[in-house]
Design a protein around this ligand. Structure first.
Ligand code: NDP
Length: 272
């Protein structure tokens, strides 16, 4: 019998997760089914229970159920608890649900794939929403020299800096107060969805610095164009998407897929 996985969300028709996980499964010759399941807004818990009763082995969870998933898992990883959200559920041998969050690992693995070394780096991160919260613990675990959060609503950035201060050197400033040159500026705002450039103060990129946009798009975003104008390198978040999926696959099956060919395939589809 084939292994059964799915992604829960609402809406879910746009999800690329089935393509990604089926491509990973082919790398190992695994017989795996991966479905998109649109749970009703008031029926997430019931949908998960029904899926597990059907024999589901694990699931990804996306908007708007990531926070709610925390209430369903009997065991929760530290990184998911820190993120305040679960994107990966796994049925344990005991029939319980284990919850994890692989978004931050997806970002860190993509940075490394690009040759960006977070250890010892000066990093600025724009935004303080769910995406930024999800990546802070794995980023701090890399021991950057300095991690500065700059969010439009300054208090949200300060709150995050306070919550994660036990994990490393982290501070929050208003975007206008950003000066200095950074090795890496990560755009974790949703500004790119409307091709806007978030406020950047007087920030610049250090020599060979990078601008990394968590949003992915067919063409370079306004933020990626800014990084290029600075003479820096730029990347979008498609590799982070594939990276978080690869880490979920590892949580479920103990196998590490090669993200590169899957990323190339998705990039082609995105630009078609
Ligand atoms: P949230 O809605 O939780 O947070 C949005 C953040 O963006 C807030 O900090 C908000 O600031 C800020 N923001 C929105 N518009 C602007 C603007 N015009 N200028 C400056 N700041 C702005 O969203 P998420 O954190 O969940 O997601 C953020 C982005 O990350 C999304 O666009 C999503 O596509 C992407 N993402 C990518 C992933 C990947 O795998 N590549 C994974 C997860 C997310 P304020 O607090 O002031 O409102």
């Amino acid at each position: 019998m084939s292994l059964l996985y799915c992604v829960f969300g609402h809406p879910i028709h746009h999800s690329r997760s089935p393509d990604i996980h089926l491509a990973f499964a082919r790398q190992f010759g695994l017989d795996l089914r991966y479905e998109k399941r649109e749970a009703p807004l008031d029926g997430f818990a019931e949908s998960v229970a029904a899926f597990i009763a059907e024999g589901g082995s694990g699931a990804n969870v996306t908007v708007p159920f990531k926070q709610q998933a925390l209430t369903l898992a009997g065991q929760v990883s530290d990184r998911a608890r820190r993120a305040g959200a679960i994107n990966t559920l796994k049925r344990t041998d005991a029939g319980d649900l284990y919850g994890d969050n692989t978004d931050g690992e997806g970002l860190v693995s993509d940075l490394k794939r690009l040759g960006i070394e977070p250890a010892g780096a000066n990093i600025a991160i724009l935004g303080a929403g769910g995406a930024v919260r999800g990546v802070l613990a794995p980023l701090l675990a890399q021991q950057p020299k300095r991690l500065v959060i700059a969010n439009r609503t300054v208090a949200r950035g300060e709150q995050l800096a306070q919550e994660f201060s036990d994990l490393g050197a982290i501070e929050a400033v208003a975007p206008d107060a950003l000066s200095d040159a950074f090795d890496l500026v990560i755009n974790g705002t949703s500004a790119s969805l409307s091709d806007e450039l978030p406020a950047l103060g007087n920030v610049s990129l250090a020599a060979n610095g990078w601008g990394y946009d968590m949003v992915y798009a067919a063409a370079p975003t306004a933020f990626m164009r800014w990084a290029s104008e600075q003479g820096g390198n730029s990347a979008d978040g498609l590799g982070m998407l594939v990276g978080q999926a690869a880490e979920s696959f590892y949580v479920w099956l103990g196998k590490r897929p090669d993200p590169e060919p899957v990323l190339l395939q998705l990039r082609k589809q995105l630009s078609a």
